[in-house]
Design a protein around this ligand. Structure first.
Ligand SMILES: *Cc1c(COP(=O)(O)O)cnc(C)c1O
Length: 358
């Protein structure tokens, strides 16, 4: 079998070793005579998988005991609503930093719940960059400050986080586990799994325990407390997605943890950015240099015609997912943790040949 050169933005490529391992257990999990997804979510066999996923995540990210690790459904997008529903009180204001489409969407949902404030935004200039820390302007009575650590669509990423007096919340959907960070700097982190953690269907929420409150007026399934009290087993969790998540986490541990993965990610993104920077303007990067993402490399060619040709030829050779997001166009290479270095090298070599040809 030939693996595709998969640069999809999400769902994205998974480590091949994980797929192989899952295959072994596909029909008969652990000698149960049942596939994993046929097990009861209350069974011992499943419980072991579930708890192992939580323990691995705690280990990899050094998550202290005063944080809960929760597995939810509804994608990162449901968190846009759950966060204000759980954390924004009537006399408070929710603060958002706008750095791209996902933070826009997060703000849009918060507005339906209560008072909001844009603490900083780079929308005016086409989301080319992350704001400087000095540009952040909090409102009074801020319930929290929300940011998007990596902007999947525009290809920008925070490289230094603000230190705030108010709870800091990050949507890390597209860069969790890609580089080290201080978990204690944050009060809530969330990520849909389908970029760096596993398949779609499960959303990871890491939340400081003191933020979890009993909120009788909230629907049970929209209250963090429901999941925290029941080890994310109040109702049926997405068992197969959590199993695959546990295998991805095992793969991260076996591959040197976050430090080693981060190094490889830098190597991968440098290859592409060097190609762009040394192309004499043939390739034009979207993000300002200081704000560049190591996960999503966004670029354009000199003309739309040439971009189209580039994408066509790339597709013919077998590169998948290089189109920019439908809202911005251009090209994007998503190079998440599981994208092998060799695939990035193949892309760079294609870019070099294409440049020479045209
Ligand atoms: C993909 C993505 C989302 C949306 O995730 P869903 O699981 O599809 O809801 C939200 N935020 C960021 C940063 C993303 O990359």
């Amino acid at each position: 079998m030939k693996r595709a050169f998969n640069f999809n933005a999400g769902p994205a490529t998974l480590p091949f070793a994980v797929l192989e391992k899952a295959k072994e257990a596909w029909l008969d999990f652990n000698g149960t005579g049942m596939a994993l997804m046929e097990l009861s979510h209350r069974s011992k066999d499943y419980e072991i998988v579930h708890n192992k996923a939580i323990a691995s995540l705690r280990n990899i990210l050094s998550i202290p005991d005063d944080y809960e690790v929760l597995f939810l459904q509804g994608g990162a997008s449901l968190q846009f609503s759950m966060i204000p529903m759980n954390l924004l009180k009537p006399d408070q204001t929710a603060n958002y930093i706008l750095t791209g489409s996902w933070s826009d969407k997060a703000l849009k949902e918060a507005k339906k719940v209560g008072s909001t404030h844009v603490a900083a935004s780079t929308k005016e200039t086409g989301y080319h960059r992350i704001p400087e820390l000095e540009e952040i302007n909090l409102s009074e009575d801020a319930a929290y400050l929300h940011l998007t650590s990596n902007n999947t669509i525009f290809g920008t990423q925070w490289h230094q986080y603000p230190n705030t007096q108010v709870p800091l919340i990050a949507d890390m959907s597209s860069d969790i586990l890609s580089r080290p960070f201080q978990i204690e700097q944050f009060d809530l982190i969330y990520a849909g799994a389908q970029k760096n953690l596993g398949p779609s269907g499960v959303t990871v929420v890491i939340i400081r325990k003191e933020l979890i409150q009993s909120q009788p007026a909230l629907p049970t399934m929209l209250n963090y407390e429901t999941f925290a009290k029941n080890n994310s087993l109040y109702n049926t969790p997405p068992t197969l997605a959590i199993y695959l998540l546990s295998l991805v986490l095992e793969w991260v541990e076996e591959n040197g943890g976050i430090e080693a993965i981060s190094k490889r990610n830098e190597e991968k993104s440098s290859l592409l950015y060097n190609m762009i920077d040394n192309s004499n303007g043939f390739y034009i990067g979207h993000a300002d240099e200081k704000s560049r993402s190591h996960m999503n490399v966004t670029f354009n060619l000199k003309s739309e015609e040439l971009s189209t040709k580039f994408l066509e030829e790339a597709k013919q050779i077998g590169f998948v997912g290089l189109n920019g997001h439908r809202s911005v166009g251009g090209c994007r290479a998503s190079i998440y943790n599981a994208v092998p270095l060799e695939h990035v090298e193949a892309l760079v070599s294609f870019m070099k040949n294409f440049k020479e040809k045209y």
